[in-house]
Design a protein around this ligand. Structure first.
Ligand code: DLL
Length: 433
């Protein structure tokens, strides 16, 4: 039986949802107009006033916000409430430029935790479960968000944070953890470590995992599910919009339901900024309609994605987003060809490798080079040069057919690529362009 946290709203009719969105949007536009001079100026420049926004059909009239705006307004320029009404900040893990700092009122945290509780419930969690939260705690939103959601649902919550893999496995076994939350790359690492310790799925009490914060493929899902004997659910979110829980997967596992009573989603053409028709692939844009301290209006996520409005067997009526297919800003352009790291990952997993790889891009004699370092699994590890060459050639052919590009593939020993306890570092771009 499907499990919900807030069934009434999660399964509301389209009419009810639209009514909620219309009302919240109007109120939110008034809120930013009155309290966020930075955004009011943008509206004025576009000749839009709150009176022009009467329903979600008018959303397209509003100006966008982008990462650049967040940088320009750093740190307080987009605050929607007095600082004394804020109770917490979180920040992105970005490595370049200023980090994004997002602010929360107690009410904002409350609705964020509701979103995370919905995600956990959709993965089958109840107050009978022990939920190990192995996302990082601190400025990163993963730990705090899922921790709050787990509390709301009444799970026995284990706020262990990431790292110390042996202790993670010991707690899972000793405390009988049934649900685990972490990045998919850390889940894969945990799975491998369990295998090395001689543990099989039967020795591990886990039944579900909530994995997100980075791209992961279907193949990786199957491999984690098999190693841990669980069902692996995807969860999506970003700091600017609270954190995890903007969208979450249900038992159907065919996309993530967007929490539409809190976030209105659009798909735009990243170049022309036009809203694209249903079913198109483009950049995801979100408007947070009831978050007060950091009210993001038409925020350009840079994530490339598409929606599905098909009826879902789980009973939820929220539209679904596909797994993000890459970011418009981490798309590599190699010899003029657009390459997403996720495409390379798909080829590796199809050939029986785990998602332990690194993509190294460089420019030699004015030509881009693409090197992919891939770890062999312990089962395929060998020092037979012929065997390794054959394996490498197979991957070169697979990548050529996926990308239309010749890559150099180097197979490396198991566990020789540095593991991440949070988001994995997949790409090293040495080009000085
Ligand atoms: O990663 C929030 C989060 C924490 C989501 C835990 C899920 C679980 P940021 O650090 O601000 O926030 O990074 C946001 O990560 O724009 C996507 O590019 C990427 N991302 C997040 N979830 C997924 C996912 C958190 N399920 C950025 N699949 C987003 C693919 C994801 N990419």
């Amino acid at each position: 039986m499907e499990n919900y946290f807030q069934k009434e709203i999660e399964c509301a009719s389209r009419e009810e949802l639209t009514k909620i969105q219309n009302e919240k949007l109007k109120e939110q536009v008034k809120h930013v107009w009155e309290n966020v001079p930075y955004y009011r100026k943008k509206m004025e420049e576009k000749g839009v006033t709150p009176d022009d926004i009467q329903s979600i059909d008018d959303l397209h009239k509003l100006p966008f916000l982008s990462k650049k705006d967040l940088r320009d307004a750093y740190p307080y320029g987009l605050l929607g409430v007095p600082l004394k009404d804020c109770v917490r900040i979180h920040s992105t893990s970005g490595t370049t430029g200023k980090r994004v700092v997002a602010f929360y009122t107690q009410g904002d945290i409350d609705l964020w935790e509701d979103c995370c509780a919905r995600a956990l419930a959709a993965a089958g969690a109840t107050d009978e479960d022990v939920c190990q939260v192995s996302y990082g705690f601190g400025l990163f939103t993963g730990g705090a968000g899922l921790n709050g959601g787990s509390h709301k649902l009444g799970c026995l919550t284990v706020p262990i944070s990431s790292g110390n893999t042996e202790r993670q496995i010991m707690f899972i076994q000793d405390l009988n953890a049934t649900v685990i939350c972490c990045t998919p790359s850390y889940a894969a690492y945990l799975g491998e470590s369990m295998k090395e310790m001689g543990l099989t799925a039967k020795d591990i009490p886990l039944k579900a995992g909530i994995f997100g914060a980075e791209a992961w493929s279907e193949e990786m899902r199957h491999s984690i599910e098999e190693m841990m004997g669980i069902k692996a659910y995807d969860i999506y979110g970003l700091t600017e919009l609270s954190g995890p829980g903007v969208a979450f997967e249900c038992s159907e596992q065919t996309g993530m339901h967007i929490n539409e009573d809190h976030f209105i989603a659009e798909i735009i053409d990243p170049v022309t900024e036009e809203v694209l028709p249903e079913g198109s692939k483009g950049e995801l844009v979100f408007t947070a309609i009831d978050k007060k301290a950091f009210p993001m209006m038409r925020y350009r996520t840079r994530d490339i994605c598409m929606f599905s409005k098909e009826k879902c067997s789980c009973g939820r009526t929220f539209i679904k987003m596909a797994k993000p297919m890459g970011r418009s800003d981490d798309m590599l352009i190699i010899r003029g060809v657009n390459v997403f790291p996720s495409q390379i990952e798909t080829v590796l997993l199809e050939h029986g490798y785990q998602a332990n790889y690194q993509i190294i891009v460089d420019r030699v004699n004015n030509t881009d080079t693409l090197d992919v370092h891939v770890e062999m699994t312990p089962e395929m590890f060998t020092d037979n040069v012929q065997e390794i060459t054959k394996r490498q050639n197979d991957l070169v052919a697979g990548l050529k057919s996926m990308l239309g590009l010749k890559a150099k593939v180097t197979l490396v020993a198991p566990k020789s690529i540095t593991r991440s306890e949070g988001k994995a570092v997949r790409v090293i771009d040495n080009r000085k362009i």
